[in-house]
Design a protein around this ligand. Sequence first.
Ligand code: SF4
Length: 74
Amino acid sequence: MGCNCGKSKKSEGKIIITDPATRMLMCKVCPQSNKTAIVGLVCGKLAQPTENTCGCILKLKTQLRNQRCPQGKW
Ligand code: SF4
């Protein structure tokens, strides 16, 4: 299973927020994020994307400029 962020209707359009620190802050307060001991903050469950989550390691994903939140938050 791969990341579904590019397929989400909510994440269509231009990427506006690209700053990793701002993205991380948004993920930290997001109800979908989960803190794990090994890889840190994850969007939903690691490597198990759903309609609203991508299963990505957020420490990495937030630094990749062309990536986006599956809910269109960034
Ligand atoms: S990527 Fe989006 S949905 Fe996932 S934890 Fe961050 S803000 Fe929430």
